[in-house]
Structure formats: structure tokens, C-alpha cells
Design a protein around this ligand. Structure first.
Ligand code: HEC
Ligand code: HEC
Ligand code: HEC
Ligand code: HEC
Length: 318
């Protein structure tokens, strides 16, 4: 009995000692350190001056080590519209227009948005290339690949503790002619990841417009982005960046130029002998002006701030 008591006391002391002297190398979720972590709503983020007040002090210096995270958004409750607004995606056209489809999937239009994978994400996850240092010695990023899932880990050192937040690569935008930028879901809200990729130098970089020495995961991806870089996203009205997560169609598809395909396909399934097309736009039949409008939707010429002057492709509107 006495021996058991001694053993227990020794065991308790041992555990207590080990716990006390445990090395402080462990990683603590970013959310636990509030001193330089701010939670920002999409509205707040887009009201520029407010965002700037987090990132710059009165003298105009960058407040290093500042981390912006999105406030926990409200999740959508109503049901999904499975029809994707009459859009069907390019695969559905392949059945009858195979040659168009095969050449189309090689284009940067098709590749301009995609699910994350070892092939679609062009930046490297190899040790040595996956680390991004910043102007602040306390803040760095690491790109992580685990079981075909991909993350950006933002690491913040505060005294002897390391805090880290892992943000998934959920969507890839940019075919990779110049660069790519990445998005992640927080519930059904879509945000931009802090780190982007630049083809020229084959490097991970701060996303354009993001401030070196800070980490921002609160920038909302607004619908306008997706209108130019995807076929279909159903935005929730009255919100900045809330979308249905199960009926979107990535890549610019046939339907961005030819209009929604569902009616056309249904008709031709019901009339397999018809050689007269029904329910689809052929830009060749439009007036030159209207045909050009098809391209101008995304390539300048509109009044949108993101677009450039007539005739030129727009400047990267990050
Ligand atoms: C079930 C077969 C079928 C499917 C699937 C189909 N089409 Fe067609 N499409 C046709 C037929 C038949 C025609 C008329 C003959 C032709 O021009 O090839 C046609 C014609 C067209 C034309 C020319 C229209 C014109 O007025 O000259 C376009 C553009 C077109 N389709 C686009 C699409 C797109 C985009 C999709 C996918 C969203 C699609 N088609 C899916 C059968 C199909
Ligand atoms: C008005 C249409 C439009 C909007 C809005 C738009 N883009 Fe783009 N984006 C383009 C076009 C067109 C290009 C190609 C530019 C070029 O080739 O000069 C492009 C290029 C890019 C590229 C580089 C692609 C590559 O392969 O190099 C990325 C990344 C990108 N956009 C992301 C975004 C993000 C993120 C947003 C929203 C914040 C956005 N775009 C909003 C039309 C748009
Ligand atoms: C960037 C815009 C764009 C995209 C994307 C696109 N097309 Fe087209 N397509 C056009 C234009 C413009 C024409 C008419 C001029 C021409 O023939 O080049 C056309 C012509 C066609 C025609 C021929 C109609 C005829 O005159 O007989 C078919 C069929 C067609 N497209 C199907 C597709 C399919 C299927 C896809 C996707 C796999 C697709 N297109 C993607 C712009 C586009
Ligand atoms: C829905 C938006 C959208 C429409 C409509 C659209 N484009 Fe584009 N286009 C883009 C975007 C975005 C890119 C850049 C893709 C990337 O590299 O990620 C692009 C890239 C291109 C490129 C560069 C391709 C390359 O491989 O370098 C050309 C050329 C082009 N578009 C021509 C056209 C023409 C012509 C039309 C009209 C028939 C058209 N586009 C319609 C959004 C659009």
C-alpha cells in the first residue's frame, strides 16, 4: 500500500515536471493571440480607410506582424439550386462538339480557374521553396501539401511562442501565364489567400496589393472576380462574398461566349435528327459590335474599374 503511494507521488511529480519544462516549440492557433490579430468583416475590409487603420500607424509606417482574419460568417441555410442557373459546363458540350471541346480545354480561358491539385497549383511545395520570409522576422509563411490537400501556414512569433493559422488552397485562379492567386472558403464565404504565385520568377509572393510583413486572410473575393474567371457562381444577394458551394462551375466555358446551354442540349437530345441549332448563341451571327461585346464583358471596354481602355486587355485587377 505504502509502495503504491510512493510510486503514485513519484509519477505525479514526474508528469508535473515534464509538463512544466516542456519546450515551447508547439504551434498555437493564431486565434488565441489577440494582441496583433484583428477580425475584419468583408464590409469593413472593403471600406479602405478602415482596413488601412489596421495596417498603418499614423506616421504611415506598416504595423508589422499584423494579422487580419475574417469574422466568422453566417452560414447559408436554404437549399441549393441544382440547376446552376441553366449553365452546364464545358463537359456537357463534348458529347456533340468534341473537336471544339478538345481544343478548348487547352486554352487559358478553360484553365483560368480550377480546383487545387499538384498540377493546377504552379508554385512549389518542396522544402526550400515552400517557405516565404517577410519584412518582419516574426512573420513567415509555409506552403504545405498533405494527402493531396494544400495549405498556407501563416506563422507568427510572439516572444517565445509560435502561433500559426492554416488556410486551405480551395480554388486556383489564373491559368499561369503571369501568375496565380488562390482562394479559400470560410464556411460559404470566399476569401483570397495572402500568398500568390508569380510565374516569371517561379516564386511565391505576397498577393498584389497585400502588405509585406503582415498577413491578411480577410480579403473577400467579390462576384465580379468570378464573373470574369469562372462560368457560374451563385452569389447570395446582399452579401459581398457569400456563394453556394455545391453548384459552381469553374473555368471560363463555352457558355461564357455562347450563353447558357441547358435548353440547347435538352432540345437536341429530344430532336437527335435536327441539324438546325436551337437555343444557343453563335457570335458569328451577331453584328460585329455585339460580337465584340461578348469579349468586352471581360476584356475591357466596360465602365468597370477593373477593366482597361477599349481594345486593350485589362491590367491585373487584384
Ligand atoms: C445533344 C447534342 C448537342 C449538345 C450536347 C450540344 N450541342 Fe450545340 N449543336 C448541336 C446541333 C445538332 C447543332 C446544329 C448543327 C451544328 O451546327 O453543328 C448545334 C449547334 C451549336 C452551335 C452553332 C449555333 C448556330 O446557330 O450556328 C453552337 C454555338 C453550339 N451548338 C454550342 C453548344 C454548346 C456551347 C454546348 C454545350 C453547352 C452544346 N452546343 C451542346 C447539338 C448539341
Ligand atoms: C473585367 C474582368 C476581370 C475581373 C473583374 C478580374 N479579372 Fe483577373 N483577369 C482578367 C483578364 C482578361 C486577365 C488576363 C489579363 C492579360 O492577359 O493581360 C486576368 C488575369 C488574371 C490573373 C493572371 C492570370 C494568368 O494566367 O497569369 C489572375 C491571377 C487574376 N486575373 C485574378 C483575378 C482576381 C483574384 C480578381 C478579383 C479580385 C480578378 N482577377 C478580377 C479579367 C478579369
Ligand atoms: C471566348 C469565347 C468562346 C468560347 C469560350 C467558346 N466559343 Fe465557340 N465560338 C466563339 C465565337 C466568337 C464563334 C464564332 C466565330 C468562330 O467560328 O470562330 C464560335 C463558334 C462556335 C461554333 C461554330 C458555330 C458555327 O458557325 O457553326 C461552335 C459549334 C462552338 N463555337 C462551340 C463551342 C463549344 C462547344 C465551346 C466549349 C467547348 C466553345 N464554343 C467555346 C466563341 C467562343
Ligand atoms: C468570361 C470572361 C471572358 C470572356 C467572355 C472572354 N474572355 Fe478572353 N480571357 C479571359 C480571362 C480571365 C483571360 C485570362 C485567363 C488566364 O490566363 O487565367 C482571358 C484570356 C484571353 C486571351 C489570351 C489567351 C492566351 O492563351 O494567351 C485571349 C486572346 C482572349 N482571352 C480573347 C478573347 C476573345 C476574342 C473573346 C471573345 C470572343 C474573349 N476572350 C472572351 C476572360 C474572358
Amino acid at each position: 500500500m505504502k509502495r503504491l503511494f510512493v510510486v503514485s507521488v513519484v509519477a505525479i511529480l514526474l508528469v508535473a515536471t515534464l509538463t512544466y519544462f516542456q519546450p515551447q516549440g508547439g504551434v498555437i492557433p493564431l486565434e488565441e493571440e489577440r494582441a496583433n490579430v484583428y477580425f475584419v468583416s468583408p464590409d469593413e475590409y472593403l471600406r479602405t480607410r478602415l482596413r488601412d487603420s489596421y495596417l498603418w500607424d499614423l506616421a504611415g509606417n506598416v504595423k508589422l506582424d499584423t494579422v487580419l482574419l475574417p469574422v466568422a460568417p453566417e452560414v447559408l441555410k436554404d437549399k441549393t439550386d441544382p440547376t446552376s442557373g441553366g449553365f452546364v459546363g464545358a463537359e456537357a458540350c463534348a458529347e456533340c462538339h468534341l473537336s471544339y471541346y478538345e481544343s478548348f480545354v487547352e486554352t487559358s480561358h478553360f484553365k483560368t480557374s480550377a480546383k487545387p491539385s499538384q498540377t493546377t497549383i504552379l508554385g512549389s511545395f518542396e522544402p526550400g521553396k515552400s517557405l516565404v520570409e517577410t519584412k518582419s522576422p516574426n512573420l513567415s509563411f509555409e506552403m504545405l501539401a498533405k494527402d493531396n490537400k494544400f495549405f498556407q501556414s501563416a506563422r507568427l512569433r510572439v516572444r517565445d511562442k509560435t502561433y500559426a493559422g492554416e488556410f486551405p488552397f480551395d480554388l486556383v485562379t489564373g491559368s499561369g501565364k503571369m501568375g496565380q492567386t488562390y482562394c479559400y472558403w470560410k464556411d460559404d464565404h470566399l476569401f483570397q489567400l495572402h500568398i500568390s504565385y508569380l510565374v516569371d520568377t517561379d516564386c511565391w509572393i505576397n498577393s498584389p496589393g497585400f502588405v509585406d510583413g503582415t498577413a491578411s486572410y480577410a480579403r473577400p473575393i467579390v462576384a465580379r472576380c468570378l464573373e470574369c474567371h469562372a462560368t457560374y457562381f451563385q452569389a447570395v444577394e446582399g452579401t459581398r462574398n457569400q456563394y453556394r458551394r455545391d453548384n459552381y462551375i469553374l473555368g471560363i466555358s463555352c457558355e461564357n461566349c455562347h450563353g447558357r446551354g441547358r435548353e440547347h442540349i435538352t432540345y437536341h437530345h429530344q430532336h437527335p435528327d435536327s441539324t438546325e441549332s436551337y437555343g444557343i448563341v453563335n457570335p458569328a451571327d451577331l453584328s460585329a459590335e455585339r460580337a465584340r461585346d461578348t469579349c468586352r464583358l471581360c476584356h475591357g471596354g466596360t465602365a468597370d474599374a477593373n477593366s482597361s481602355q477599349d481594345g486593350q486587355l485589362p491590367v491585373l485587377p487584384f
